[in-house]
Design a protein around this ligand. Structure first.
Ligand code: SF4
Length: 226
């Protein structure tokens, strides 16, 4: 297996090797990372190192059936962290959460509140591998995988977590109640505020939910921006 490039330092050294061969012409670290603070570098390194550490996980049977492990994407210092239940078919194929039609709608909603998936937003799922036929994750799978999400939250330190959809909400809240009863409140998830709103796929299936979802996202915007 080839060398895996996992951090800005590794990427820089690899680039130097490709350009100059094995002779190393090092700039000072200040030049390499101009404009990026040490704290930000630490976060990028930590998330990327954590991804590399767990991306071959086989702690539950979903490791055997996945096409791709889906770690998460976005801004490592985001104030807003969006969490879905698990990768679907497109996410499994592309290795990225919230792609396909639902992902495009989510991007549109984010743009409407002045956010972008790579700027002040981090997106992940509770479960990192696709459950077959998009079934709900089993409690045993959640038990094995949720600590990975908790570690991502510790690293990103968002101001607010938003669970997208009933299954993500139920999993993070540890309460099996209808989604309409989960909305409209701010909860605590291991010390980080958490709100719950509709999954964008639900908005595609039922456009009547777009108005209440928009109300939720306006509150989310105000919470994160204040
Ligand atoms: S779903 Fe989570 S616990 Fe299961 S194999 Fe994938 S990464 Fe590991």
């Amino acid at each position: 297996m080839g060398y895996q490039v996992t951090s800005p330092v590794h990427r820089y050294l690899k680039q130097q090797q490709e350009l100059f061969g094995d002779n190393l012409y090092l700039s000072s670290p200040d030049n390499i990372f101009a404009g990026v603070s040490q704290g930000e570098n630490d976060k990028i390194d930590s998330l990327s190192d954590f991804n590399a550490e767990i991306c071959h996980c086989q702690k539950c049977p979903l490791g055997k059936t996945r096409t791709n492990f889906v770690f998460g994407v976005g801004d490592p210092k985001a104030n807003l962290m969006l969490v879905g239940e698990a990768p679907g078919e497109q996410e499994d194929m592309q290795g990225e959460p919230f792609v396909g039609r639902a992902g495009k709608l989510l991007d549109k909603i984010l743009r409407a509140i002045g956010k972008y998936r790579d700027n002040d937003v981090y997106i992940a799922n509770v479960i990192k591998c696709r459950p077959p036929n998009n079934r709900d994750p089993l409690p045993s799978e959640v038990e094995k995988c949720e600590p990975y999400l908790q570690r991502q939250i510790d690293l990103v330190k968002p101001k607010l977590i938003v669970a997208l959809g009933r299954v993500a909400g139920k999993t993070l809240l540890k309460q099996d109640i209808p989604l309409k009863d989960m909305r409209g409140q701010t909860y605590d998830y291991s010390g980080t505020p958490l709100r719950v709103t509709y999954h964008p796929a639900a908005l595609l299936r039922n456009p009547g939910l777009k108005a209440p979802a928009w109300e939720d996202f306006k509150l989310i915007r105000d919470f994160v921006n204040n």
